[in-house]
Design a protein around this ligand. Sequence first.
Ligand SMILES: Cc1ncc(COP(=O)(O)O)c(C=O)c1O
Length: 424
Amino acid sequence: MSAKWENSIGEERLRPESLMMGYGYKPEWSEGALKSPIFQTSTFVFQTAEEGKAFFEVAYGLRDPEPGEKVGLIYSRLNNPDLEILEDRLTLWDEAEAALAFKSGMAAISTTLLAYLRPGDVLLHSEPIYGGTDHLINHVLPDFGIEPVRFDAHCSQQEVERLLAESLRSKRLGLILIETPANPTNDLIDIAMCAEVARRHSTAEHEVLLAVDNTFLGPIYQHPLEHGADLVLYSATKFIGGHSDLIAGACVGSAEVLAPVRALRTFMGTMCGPWEGWLLLRSLETLSLRMSRQIENACRVADFLAQHPKVDRVNYLGHITPGDPRYPLYQRQCLAPGGMIAFEVHGGEAAAFRLLNALRLVKLAVSLGGTESLAEHPASMTHADVSDEEKQRDGVTAGLIRLSVGVEHPDDLILDLEQALAAA
Ligand SMILES: Cc1ncc(COP(=O)(O)O)c(C=O)c1O
């Protein structure tokens, strides 16, 4: 179904916001239905046995497609119309050639890592990183002979090279995975610097790729491919889905770079289902509206928190001002400060728990990026599995609260936080 879609009027290219309602879908395919139906089917009927054979040959890479020949619909583990429309739309903000939709953010991350890493490889990764990704890297992949090497936002390129040097005496650098802004602290990792490290360690036989988890700001407010990344990963459960009613993930990049990931997705069965795919199509229509309101609200809430006497520290990208050493990187890489705030309440875990228990409008729940505001305690919840030493090093302290700001009225959010802080 993927084809060249109309994306301009005359010479003028249409923006993703305008394309989210129709790109990749033609009403005449479905009795004129304005919206794509949910193709809730496991399999697709071939017109002839010869057609089925041809579809498999192309899908399994047994031969190159003839000019104009597309992969036909075969089976919903390989492809499905809702997923193909979704994938076409997911390419737009990142200006990517291709996209893949997954059952979850973790499915996107694990399938991508397994597609590119081999026993004996080193995986260079940034910290802090989402707790589930941290578990995969530090507790699952080592059993497959993959050694993690960590670095953080304070490391220069020379320091990263120094951290790698010992491991690379006997091993090769397999892949670089970074998460920026980082969950839960909003730390910024320099994408261009990591692309340079990947390039330096690439050889004629083995190209080192850079994968960026763009969940916090993407796909609208950060475009890692422009800064040299090869693969962009998403938990689509978060801002892309945006209504806290589904779990999904995505990976975008060039068709060539995605090919091994697509193949492994087929055989691991980590693809998104048609229902979630359809829900994501609905969500993408309002992504820009939701995120811009979330960012406006987050700016108001972060300013309120920063002046509150019970708050020791606020990590919000909107508070990075000229003179801050992070400012040039923020300016270069991020197009907006986002809807995520990390703040440290005075009094450690006990005070943080009192605050969380007192919230009335903001819900006490993990996850983020939805229309409703959510607060959680990373040290004992999303990052409970991370070692105490790492938590300490990464600033995931006992008093730290992560706040995902929704689309509510900002005055009501501040009212709720004010009364909860009084209880803390
Ligand atoms: C930055 C980030 N990446 C990946 C994931 C994993 O996504 P999912 O829960 O959709 O598997 C999360 C989940 O919280 C996340 O915050």
